[in-house]
Ligand binder design. Structure first.
Ligand code: PMP
Length: 407
């Protein structure tokens, strides 16, 4: 594969060079959080060693440098998702905060009793609970686009669910529990035809394939740094300027104001209006380094690697007796949720852990989709750009061990 050598890529990730439980570490839990390349770790250390000071308003050299680094990171994010303007990039703590921000600004402004919020059955709790809370606050109603047995959205039902009362459609780009890739561009086209704004939860997408927010056409796009090889504590809300401009602030505090008297506050312009208090400066610097790292590999190469490995892993898992993959969408990202006979996923995960293999077990913060498939939990192996066929082979060997233990 041109420009992509997974063995070279692995050398960039120091954490992978270790043994756990006396075995080489096999990390298959990147959908929960990804590992960090040395370039990201170095960028954070360099920031604290050389440039750290609070941003904006500073007159001294370090404040100038840190402001440049922080605002430079905003531009790097803009380029990465092809937003029109860096002002459309708001730094937040992560996807969760991005969605809460939209729910509590756009939602509180535009929703009233009887209005509708439309989500889907495959959402992560981060794209359910903020809307549920908003509905409780405003008297609006939560509507849910159903899913089919493959784990795909029932698009034919989506149209009828977009009514004249629908005030927003919020949908994930990739399901963290099933790996389903949803047709966000098509959904946005249909929603916009009815004047409905669209928020896309891209937490599991930006790490696996190129994302172009202008091409999708969505109004808001949310993602987390830590899932895309950047640090924890930083994430992004993209919003189209014409959507962001009229919104009230989210939190109050320093940096989000133009002037304050005890009687009256005037709010700052976008994006600063939504960034109250000292932001995660080193986090933004680390996120920008993660983006540069991904760009150096090429997102098209990353996508090709992930798809090739997903195909290999799907076939390999299907060869394990008694294993059933939950979620078989025709367009999938590198997530494999599965059940092994009637062995509890926690037992599967515990035995794999003894072999040095890290997977996730449980409901994956997506209880409604588990309820749809009538399972309380699954085992989930998730793949990233540093995973290899050998990792998958180790998983399969581990699963055979699980079977031996329980037979
Ligand atoms: N949405 C999806 C699809 C996710 O996978 C996750 C993280 N598991 C989130 C939202 C929440 O992200 P965070 O915890 O980084 O805010």
């Amino acid at each position: 594969m041109s420009g992509f050598d997974v063995q070279r890529v692995r050398e960039d990730f120091p954490i992978l060079r270790q043994e756990v439980r006396g075995r080489p570490l096999v990390y298959l839990d990147s959908a929960a959080t990804s590992q960090k390349p040395q370039a990201v770790i170095d960028a954070i250390v360099r920031f604290y060693q050389h440039d750290n000071a609070n941003v904006h308003r500073g007159v001294h050299v370090l404040s100038e440098r840190s402001t440049e680094a922080y605002e430079g990171a905003r531009e790097t994010v803009r380029r990465f998702i092809n937003a029109r303007d860096a002002k459309e990039i708001i730094f937040v703590r992560g996807t969760t905060e991005a969605i809460n921000l939209v729910a509590q600004t756009y939602g509180r402004k535009h929703l009233g009793p009887g209005d509708e919020v439309l989500i889907t059955h495959i959402e992560h709790h981060a794209n359910i609970v903020p809307w549920r809370m908003l509905c409780e606050q405003t008297g609006a109603v939560l509507k849910v686009i159903p899913v089919d047995e493959r784990g795909e959205l029932k698009l034919d039902e989506a149209d009828a669910m977009m009514t004249e009362r629908t005030r927003i459609l919020a949908v994930s780009h990739v399901s963290n529990a099933l790996g389903t890739v949803t047709p966000v561009k098509e959904l946005t086209r249909r929603a916009h035809a009815k004047g409905i704004p669209v928020l896309v939860d891209g937490a599991q997408a930006v790490t696996h394939f190129p994302v172009d927010v202008q091409d999708i056409g969505c109004d808001f796009y949310a993602f987390s740094g830590h899932k895309m090889f950047g640090p924890t504590g930083i994430g992004v809300l993209y919003g189209r300027m014409e959507r962001l401009e009229p919104l009230p602030p989210y939190q109050g505090g320093g940096d989000m104001i133009l002037s304050v008297t005890m009687e009256k506050v005037t709010y700052n312009r976008v994006p600063h209006r939504f960034e109250a208090g000292t932001p995660d400066l080193a986090g933004a610097v680390g996120l920008a380094a993660a983006i540069r790292y991904l760009e150096s590999l090429g997102m098209a190469n990353v996508a090709a690697h992930d798809q090739e490995l997903l195909a290999y892993a799907t076939q390999a898992l299907e060869s394990v007796p008694g294993l059933r993959i939950v979620g078989q969408a025709r367009e999938k990202s590198a997530v494999l949720s599965f059940l092994l006979e009637d062995i509890h996923p926690h037992d599967v995960g515990t035995i794999l852990d003894r072999e040095g293999i890290c997977i996730r077990t449980g409901h994956h913060c997506a209880q409604p989709v588990m309820q749809f498939f009538k399972v309380p939990a699954t085992s989930r192996a998730s793949l990233a750009l540093y995973n290899t066929r050998e990792d998958v082979d180790a998983l399969v060997r581990g699963l055979h061990k699980v079977l031996e233990v329980f037979k």
